[in-house]
Write a protein that binds this ligand. Structure first.
Ligand code: URA
Ligand code: URA
Length: 326
């Protein structure tokens, strides 16, 4: 088996590269629909460059007092920068940013814990009979549910599938990630999030210290919609009971919706992802967070920075809930 420490280091390296990339883009702003949720403050700094003469095609003639040296390359680079009038965004020192993020994160966790206390008694509305059949053994109950769901023909998506994609991971996970529906790779392999966006998801969860075996991953729809189109209401209506039964077995501490469509479909809302992120929601009594879909991150790498904050909040919330339950 590959060295786990090395793998961890690779993941951290990737995340640091994300953060550097986003700094370089000056893209520490959230871009969806013009909304600006809390982000770590960034100080915009105009490069400190002394007034410099406009560049001329000929080097200036040396004054009699000055040594006849060529202009330093750094100087001409500075002159170019002034001429393009570009304002560069310089990140605040890492320690300030970390402190600012920790404060935001603590605030989020505190508010969420207070909200959870104000909720009616948590827990799925219906107990899962398979849990009882299997004497509370979540792994056995989940395996039995999988066997029931795999041959499902409740909607027309079953006709075109190669495989039903039930879900995978730890049947007693504290954290559940919910995507939209299987794509082509998932349909082929029968496993959730195994294509390119799945590989990115694996890195994201690895960066907060989880492996795919620690958490549970599934989708709202268990079969691939043609050409990856959005789930249709009829499909959701027929597939969602499977998800509710999975959650009744899992009884997770927190759910993370991946992307706008997953979040809107699960929460029955048409609020934008920008509004859904940074706020906690509830599904079957379980707190729900929403973040970007990894496929969206592959198209828009500048959203990775906010995703990194989201999953760190998710992790902090899960830890806080675990500590409360003792
Ligand atoms: N996208 C999803 O929403 N789910 C998957 O399982 C794969 C890609
Ligand atoms: N916008 C979306 O629709 N989905 C995402 O995951 C991110 C942005």
């Amino acid at each position: 088996m590959a060295n786990q420490a090395d793998e961890r280091q690779n993941i951290i390296g990737d995340l640091q590269a994300w953060i550097r990339q986003n700094r370089d883009l000056g893209a520490e702003y959230y871009l969806d629909e013009g909304s600006r949720p809390e982000v770590i403050p960034v100080t915009a700094v105009v490069p400190e460059v002394a007034e410099a003469p406009a560049e001329t095609s000929e080097p200036a003639a040396p004054t009699p007092a000055a040594a006849p040296t060529k202009p330093a390359p750094a100087k001409s680079a500075q002159t170019k920068r002034i001429q393009t009038k570009r304002i560069q965004t310089k990140p605040a020192p890492a320690t300030d940013k970390e402190a600012a993020f920790r404060a935001i994160c603590d605030h989020f966790v505190g508010e969420t814990l207070a909200l959870i206390k104000g909720q009616p008694a948590a827990g799925p509305a219906t107990a899962e009979p398979l849990l009882e059949t299997h004497a509370g053994d979540a792994a056995a109950a989940m395996a039995a549910l999988k066997a029931e769901v795999l041959p499902c023909t409740a909607c027309e998506l079953s006709g075109a599938r190669t495989n039903t994609v039930f879900g995978a991971g730890n049947p007693q996970a504290d954290v559940v990630f919910i995507g939209e529906a299987p794509g082509q790779d998932e349909d082929q392999q029968g496993e959730p999030f195994v294509g390119p966006s799945g590989q990115l998801l694996t890195k994201i969860i690895g960066a907060i210290g989880y492996s795919r075996d620690d958490i549970y991953i599934c989708n709202i729809l268990k079969c691939r919609p043609p050409n990856n189109r959005d789930p249709q209401p009829f499909e959701v209506q027929h597939c969602e009971p499977h998800l509710k039964r999975q959650l009744a077995i899992l009884r997770p501490r927190v759910i993370c919706c991946l992307g706008r469509v997953a979040a809107q479909t699960l929460l029955k809302t048409d609020l934008s992802l920008g509004k859904l992120r940074n706020t906690v929601h509830f599904y079957e009594g379980v707190p729900v967070m929403a973040t970007f879909h990894p496929a969206a991150l592959l198209r828009n790498p500048s959203w990775k920075r906010d995703t990194w904050d989201d999953v760190r909040k998710l992790h902090a919330l899960s830890e806080a809930l675990q500590a409360e339950e003792g």
